[in-house]
Write a new protein. Structure first.
Length: 443
């Protein structure tokens, strides 16, 4: 593929990389089969107009604690892997202890439930208890709900612990195992061997001068409000697994733009989707007109999808072609973007910013990739960081609104140069305009 680009005067129209995708993995299958959004107390509170019902945490973003595109972040990829061998036996022991505790808790729940059922039968026979109050099914259902000690998912707890609270090898719900922990994100391995990246999707919004308020509800869902110096606000509601349910930009005058609404979930029949769009690759910097044409090309479908479906189902995201950024690559093992590299994003930054000025609903997915050197988990985390660095640079240098971008790493899955070696051209990013694919109205 790369040879075709080199022999085609630096440009070539090629099949979408997703066209070579292997049979769907667990993530893709789950995303395609999902038919409803999870319940979220944060979403219910927002619909009811409640301002604060959960536990509230506030923070001020400054130059000192904000992430920058030229940083490799606090923890290196290698830091998240050092504990694997040293702690393996301890992790096995802890996993066994945890499983035993879960079994004991299950036994206690069963015993408690049986006692409740026995008492309910006795009370129903008498019809009255103490002050002649009748306890109906709703009362007992409420009691049963109160006994449930599952306050949000373990993924939400993982992020609240700063990721570092979960050791490599720990088992999470759904038989997912922590394969890598870098302090700012984690990689989970699913039973079929596929891997899932977990990160804070609000990270791009944490710009210097912003005040961040996060309400965490009993079910683990959150509502995060980022108040900026100009008086505008970005409100993001996430479920207990940290998936974005809604994101809304509220301007100083009170007008609102809904950028994402993943509350209307429909299954995806992959076999009925149009064929993937071909991809125009270039080994030379794009000129502005060609870049605008490539980036703003419309999709080949008239239906909308959730952000998770776009990220996880290759056949969905390939409905719009990615645009490669040939003038930005990374050093081995690094996600930092130098100022010289960031300056190469000037044309891209202008095109994206112009499009958002014309249509505030535009949303772009910044995708990161790696070469084939290293473990799958390390490459997945590294590629995700690279995507984040480029997105941060687009905001820092070219004022692209961060709320109009999302990031996603794909590791070594789609090599531009098919080689197992240390190839710089594979350590790259691509941009995909997902506005035409993304559900924004929730209807």
């Amino acid at each position: 593929m790369f040879r075709k680009i080199q022999t085609g005067e630096g440009k070539a129209a090629l099949p979408a990389p997703e066209a070579r995708h292997t049979p769907p993995n667990a993530l893709a299958r789950q995303a395609a089969e999902r038919n409803r959004a999870p319940a979220a107390a944060a979403l219910t509170a927002a619909a009811a107009g409640n301002q604060a019902r959960g536990e509230v945490r506030e923070r001020r973003i400054t130059q000192e604690n904000a992430r920058r595109s030229n940083q490799d972040f606090h923890n290196r990829i290698e830091d998240g892997m050092q504990a694997r061998d040293a702690r393996r036996n301890e992790q096995i022991r802890r996993n066994l202890d945890r499983r035993e505790q879960e079994l004991r808790q299950d036994e206690r729940r069963v015993d408690r439930r049986e006692r409740q059922l026995d008492r309910r039968d006795d009370y129903r026979d008498d019809r009255y208890y103490r002050d002649n109050r009748y306890y109906d099914d709703d009362y007992w259902n409420d009691r049963d709900d109160d006994d449930d000690d599952d306050h949000g998912s373990d993924i939400a707890k993982l992020l609240l612990a700063g990721v570092a609270g979960y050791a490599v090898g720990s088992m999470l719900s759904g038989n997912r195992q922590v394969a890598l922990n870098t302090g700012d994100r984690a990689v989970l391995t699913l039973p079929d061997g596929s891997q899932q990246i977990v990160r804070d999707d609000n990270a791009l919004l944490y710009q210097p001068g912003s005040d961040v308020q996060t309400e965490t509800f009993n079910d683990g869902s959150t509502r995060t409000t980022v108040l900026r110096a100009d008086g505008s606000r970005v409100v993001t509601i996430r479920d207990a697994d940290t998936n974005v349910l809604q994101r809304t930009l509220i301007r100083p005058d009170g007008t609102a733009t809904r950028l994402m609404d993943n509350t209307n979930v429909r299954p995806v029949q992959v076999s009925t989707l149009p064929a993937p769009q071909p991809v125009e690759y270039s080994s030379q910097p794009w000129n502005e007109d060609d870049l605008r044409t490539a980036l703003l090309r419309e999709s080949g479908t008239d239906r909308r999808f959730t952000l998770g479906q776009i990220r996880d189902i290759p056949e969905v995201r390939s409905l719009v072609a990615p645009v490669n950024v040939p003038d930005v690559t990374f050093d081995t093992g690094s996600a930092a973007l130098s100022s010289d590299q960031a300056e190469q994003l000037a044309t891209l930054g202008k095109v994206i910013r112009d499009s958002i000025d014309q249509n505030p609903n535009e949303v772009y997915m910044i995708e990161g990739y790696t070469d084939a050197v290293g473990s799958n988990a390390a490459n997945l985390a590294l590629s995700d960081r690279r995507a984040e660095s480029v997105a941060l640079a687009l905001t820092e240098y070219y004022q692209v609104p961060p709320e109009n971008m999302v990031v996603q790493g794909y590791g070594e899955e789609f090599l531009l140069v098919p080689t197992e070696g240390d190839t710089r051209d594979n350590r790259r990013v691509a941009i995909r305009r997902i506005t035409d694919l993304l559900e924004q109205s929730g209807s």
